[in-house]
Design a protein around this ligand. Sequence first.
Ligand SMILES: Cc1cn([C@H]2C[C@H](O)[C@@H](COP(=O)(O)OP(=O)(O)OP(=O)(O)O)O2)c(=O)[nH]c1=O
Length: 194
Amino acid sequence: MSKSLILASASPRRTALLNQLGIAHTVRPVDIDESRQGEESPLTQVTRLASEKARAAFALLDDDEQTNHVVLASDTLIALDGESLGKPRDLADSRRMLQALSGRTHDVLTAISARDCNEEVTECIRTKVEFAPLTDEDIVRYWQTGEPSDKAGSYAIQGIGGQFVKAIEGSASAVVGLPLYETRLLLSRFGVQL
Ligand SMILES: Cc1cn([C@H]2C[C@H](O)[C@@H](COP(=O)(O)OP(=O)(O)OP(=O)(O)O)O2)c(=O)[nH]c1=O
């Protein structure tokens, strides 16, 4: 018997990407503390957060639901010089992030985590993104559009921020929040009807 899918995410991008795969699902976001723990690396952090989101959402299911559901969760962080960049708090934070990304190549890390009553599998997808040099005026005007505020690294490649991206190497869908290819493989392994 195939299992039903629960997406543990408040991100409209992740729902849209899952819809692109044509996979029926219900959405049940969870709210966890996403701050860095100690000196953990961006890879450790993003993998831990995806796993914690999946675990928290699964724990909210009753016994019956746990036997016939799979929970999928994801987390996206930018990695630059060993540091992780999440969502900006304000303009100053956005400026700090975009100045750091300006004229350089960074890694976008997206971890996906699937969990059912038998097991949890979590993996991380790394995509390289090369940014054009940005002026302070670019950064302030971009902030005023409202787009950066809920995006890791303070930009959206699929939106206005796409004009700052010179090149990308890896998974475009992973940068937006859910790697389509790897998610499909993972869910099929968990018995979700594709
Ligand atoms: C770099 C980049 C990030 N993003 C988004 C993807 C994620 O939604 C967001 C990073 O925040 P996340 O903490 O990964 O996710 P979220 O808080 O939006 O949703 P949830 O935890 O409930 O699943 O940044 C883009 O949409 N475009 C981009 O180019």
